[in-house]
Design a binder for this molecule. Structure first.
Ligand code: GDP
Ligand code: MG
Length: 442
């Protein structure tokens, strides 16, 4: 499995000073095999390996890490990115009742997930929940939902096999509206394989309900088949997310790894057991840790990165203090660090008190979006340009603007801002807090 193969990777790279195209070749082969064994779709694997290679080759191995450990760090980051990076929750802000429509094949775990979600919404989100079944083909299915609702302690809207699924759905939504339910969970019928009548029915339900969330429920144990059904549903229905069930039984994790890449839709929840409590919001980083199963090494990677970040922050603070040698590389580094540490706050702790105050004033005006644009512009520069902004004349400006997808005016503005910052810092190193404050605001 991936853990075993990667342990081998760590060993093969022992004694190498840095990661090169040659020495990671074998390591990448192991990663590739491990992903294929985990039943990850081939195009996804190819893409993944290419990205890891691009990120890893030539990378300075930071701090105390061995190259093998550093590579694991890269693999981990790319696994997280593959699964969508951030964890994405449900949209619950819409006008109540917020309708959540569940779709999926029979046996995927829809009814169970409705119960789990109902319990989660009630207990974690303090929502008033109504559930309804439109599975009119199997009377036992409606009964199953009634039992589940009772155990979850939420309201159940009765339906019967003589009714039309759409009519049931409309009536339930109407009821939820009049009885002030926050959320309506709609369970649906599934077939053993995708067929047209089922697709037509779920489309009609979607049209009748106008749901805020349309979740595709899929059994993770089906591996690539899970991903293929997800793709088919995604082409018919505007899905908003995926629930991967039975992850407790799936050691391979292949579906978790490819479903996002193939459908573009986030995995929002993971089913991890038959009980009503067996549901977790899906966290790509936790899943990556689980798949890698290398808690010790990942801990080292994190620690090394933190140390490097701290080191860089200290170096930067030194430059800020003296104003000496502060160039656009540092400016960019400052921005990156700021974003990484979740804002300017953490960085401020490392600065001398007076400067921290001044920078605090600055913070208000620095919107996250503006910061990322600035970073984009600096990223489009060459290292020489960053070290020596004076060489950036008209044609370089045009190239940078095109590279960053901004106007030349914006590049000009950034250069001017940087020039001012630099000047302010020089004043600051000569003392005179008042001047600094004026400079920062100006
Ligand atoms: P539906 O046909 O899509 O409504 O599927 P059900 O909700 O009836 O579930 C089918 C089977 O899968 C049942 O035996 C459930 O107990 C089981 N199941 C559902 N979710 C999970 C899960 O996350 N883990 C495990 N181990 N079993 C699950
Ligand atoms: Mg069911």
């Amino acid at each position: 499995n991936l853990t075993q193969r990667l342990s081998k990777v760590v060993k093969t790279l022992r004694g190498q000073a840095r990661l090169t195209e040659d020495n990671i070749q074998e390591a990448l082969r192991e990663v590739r095999m491990a992903l294929l064994e985990a039943d990850v779709a081939l195009p996804v694997v190819k893409d993944f390996i290419a990205r890891v290679k691009e990120k890893a080759v030539g990378q300075e191995v930071i701090g105390s890490l061995t190259p093998g450990q550093a590579l694991i760090g890269v693999v981990h980051d790319e696994l997280v990115a593959l699964m969508g990076g951030q964890s994405e929750g449900l949209k619950l802000e819409a006008r109540p009742p917020v309708v959540i429509l569940m779709a999926g094949l029979q046996g995927a775990g829809k009814t169970t997930t409705v119960g789990k979600l109902a319990k989660w919404l009630k207990e974690e989100k303090r929502k008033k929940v109504l559930v309804v079944s439109t599975d009119v083909y199997r009377p036992a299915a409606i009964e199953q939902l009634r039992t589940v609702a009772e155990r979850a302690g939420v309201d159940f809207f009765p339906s019967s096999p003589e009714q039309q699924p759409e009519a049931i759905a409309r009536a339930a939504k109407d009821w939820a509206e009049r009885h002030f339910h926050d959320v309506l969970l709609v369970d649906t019928a599934g077939r053993l394989a995708i067929d047209q009548p089922m697709m037509d029915e779920i489309k009609a339900l979607h049209a009748a309900l106008n749901p805020t969330e349309t979740l595709f429920v899929v059994d993770a144990m089906l591996g690539q088949d899970a991903v293929n059904t997800a793709r088919a549903f995604n082409e018919t229905l505007p899905l908003t997310g995926v629930v991967l069930t039975k992850l407790d039984g799936d050691a391979r994790g292949g579906a978790a790894l490819s479903v996002r890449a193939v459908t573009g839709k986030p995995i929002k929840f993971a089913g991890v057991g038959e009980k009503l409590a067996g549901l977790e919001p899906f966290h790509p980083d936790r899943m990556a840790n689980r798949i890698l199963g290398m808690g010790d090494i990942l801990g080292l990677v994190e620690e090394a990165r933190r140390t490097v970040d701290e080191h860089k922050a200290k170096e930067l603070a030194q430059k800020l203090r003296t104003g000496k040698g502060f160039d656009l590389n540092d400016f960019r580094e400052q921005i990156v660090q700021m974003r990484k540490m979740g804002g300017i706050g953490a960085l401020l702790d490392k600065l001398p008190a007076q400067f921290a105050q001044a920078a605090g004033q600055l913070q208000g005006g620095m919107e996250e979006k503006a910061i990322s644009r600035i970073q984009g512009i600096i990223d489009a520069m060459t290292p020489q340009e960053r070290a020596n902004p004076d060489i950036i004349k008209a044609s370089r400006k045009r190239r940078i603007a095109a590279g960053a997808g901004v106007t030349v005016q914006e590049v000009n503005r950034l250069l001017k801002q940087f020039d001012q910052t630099q000047r302010v810092m020089k004043q600051f190193s000569k003392g005179g807090m008042g001047k600094v404050m004026r400079g920062l605001r100006g």
